[in-house]
Write a protein that binds this ligand. Sequence first.
Ligand SMILES: NC(=O)c1ccc[n+]([C@@H]2O[C@H](COP(=O)([O-])OP(=O)(O)OC[C@H]3O[C@@H](n4cnc5c(N)ncnc54)[C@H](OP(=O)(O)O)[C@@H]3O)[C@@H](O)[C@H]2O)c1
Length: 301
Amino acid sequence: MVILVTGATGLIGCELVKKIHEKNHTVHYLTTSKTKIVNQPHYKGFYWNPSQGKIDENCIYGVDVIIHLAGANIAKRWTSAYKQVIIESRTLSGDLLFNLVKKVPNQVKQIISASGTAIYPESFTVMYDENTTEKEDSFLSHVVQKWEASVNPFRVLGIKVCTLRTGIVLANHGGALPEMVKPIKAGLGAVMGSGKQMQSWIHINDLVALYVYALEHQWEGVYNAVSPNPVNNQQLTKAIAFVLHKPLWLPAVPQFVMKLLLGEMSYLLFSSKYLSAQKALDAGFQFQHPEIKEAIAHLYA
Ligand SMILES: NC(=O)c1ccc[n+]([C@@H]2O[C@H](COP(=O)([O-])OP(=O)(O)OC[C@H]3O[C@@H](n4cnc5c(N)ncnc54)[C@H](OP(=O)(O)O)[C@@H]3O)[C@@H](O)[C@H]2O)c1
């Protein structure tokens, strides 16, 4: 099989490409950076620039499935200009892929797109699943809604659309976890606010396995990409401290302090997303790292 991956050079993409290669599939990938283009037998890079509407059309030849991960990093200060970049890097890229598949003869059968959990309502106690129609009214929720709306049109071309609403991805070489680990390692770790905000998370190995499972089983529709055991911020902070054998002695960091430091982006630390993994489980997916302490120990011990 030939799989076209966008965002293949990022945290999730790099691990996903390894997993796809283990399964003996070929990867074509789109990158905005010409210096990241390589041309190997099973790993071929192609240039695109969604903000300028540019794409190397050769990327689509022979492709069976598209995996769309590209998007500007959300963990940078949310100025109004950068907010636009966060949105457009997802919507214009989706539009560009759609227009390419519409225009050029191809054999694409499925697109699997990354998506986010911000779309769900804030919740401390009620677990939400994919059938939830209520949506949070926040910047990031609007990003997710526009992002999903940009891939849904593939359906009119007879292509299956699957969106993986992904929780906090736990990896030891990027994303949120190393940022949480740093102060705890230095003996300066602390819970954020009340610590009660729920954090639906997933180990990176489970996430890339889920992508491969979604393509092997031709999933269609929305799936939460979260572990079956979400924890709150206090439990997550304590689990990291436990694995690293570090004490937690500082008082909790008040929300207003982080808001002063990070602005609106402090949302990422305090929003509470309590999500179900039942749909993926019912579809037969088995998590290798469903428990938070084991998952962190696997990454850091
Ligand atoms: N990591 C998480 O915890 C998490 C959680 C939920 C959802 N997600 C979503 O999953 C996707 C992949 O996440 P990740 O952690 O692997 O992200 P990442 O490490 O930041 O990588 C994203 C990739 O997107 C491409 N990109 C960056 N800015 C772009 C732009 N302006 N236009 C087009 N492409 C751009 C880059 O590839 P090139 O430089 O090769 O172009 C980059 O390697 C993202 O959309 C992210 O929002 C991640």
